[in-house]
Design a protein around this ligand. Sequence first.
Ligand code: SF4
Ligand code: SF4
Ligand code: SF4
Length: 318
Amino acid sequence: MSISRRKFLGWVGAAGLSTVWSGPASAATTKHFEGYPDSLGVLFDNLLCIGCRTCEEACNKVNELPPPEQSFKDLSVLDQKRRTTAKTYTIVNRYNSSKGPMFRKIQCNHCLEPACASACFVSAFKKTKEGAVTYDASVCVGCRYCMIACPFEIPAYEYDKVLEPRIMKCTMCYPRVIKGLLPGCVEICPTEALSFGKRKDLIRMARDRIHRYPDRYVDHIYGEHEMGGTNWLYLSGVPYTEVDMREDLGVTPASELTAGALSSVPMIVGLWPVLLTGIYAINKRSDKIAKHERELAVDQAEKAASEEAAKSKAKEDS
Ligand code: SF4
Ligand code: SF4
Ligand code: SF4
């Protein structure tokens, strides 16, 4: 398949790989991390998406995932509000928007400062310099805090696997990309709704489209700033809430929110186990973590941690 400029936006040639690409770096935890300067990403433009599910099929193939419950040719599934699962790293849903049917492709957004990595105390998640957030099953203890932490409800757990269940999510096709290949979904998309390239170039391209077609696009590149920014970016013809995307997340990265939460409770660093055990107890119930359940879990865990902190302080003072 030929690679158009739109799909493969100004990417470094294979010759540049050895110098530009390096091994995974630890997840960023500093405040106001702007992202690795040459990190890569994907731009999804929902005005170009026709909801063909070809990207789902390509993802399934390149990641050697199990066959789908319903054929990729069956477009009736588009009307269900599906989420990613342990067997599907990406899905496409259809929404009835103010401009008619609109599609959204869902997968890991590869946050600049990933909440999943911040929540993982064994560092199973890494933010790579290349932009992908990768996962190392060999160190994962299966606590599933990452599932609670992710604001986009992406990581899924292999509940049906008795031996060594893993967290499953889109890898931004890291193994392909470091070989100089496009992510499977980007390569296959027949309408160029997906473009791959340096994040900064994708942002420039998205701004240009908004500038050229102000009547078509909303003036907002989703992922440029949300939760500190993401390597997967979105352009939309309708307000993002119409395609079920959260606009209430704010621009503060997860690591900074965690730092705020930590500083608000005395000695809380030593209380992480209390906080996390509380979250885990609720998380254990089901893999379908509804938003209100997650909020409840965090509230209860924070309350438990605060009470523990107060008790410890009172003991110290006495
Ligand atoms: S979208 Fe969720 S799983 Fe993906 S990097 Fe961000 S926090 Fe992690
Ligand atoms: S980047 Fe790769 S893993 Fe992620 S959705 Fe596309 S094909 Fe699937
Ligand atoms: S392959 Fe492209 S057009 Fe088809 S559903 Fe996926 S993103 Fe949309």
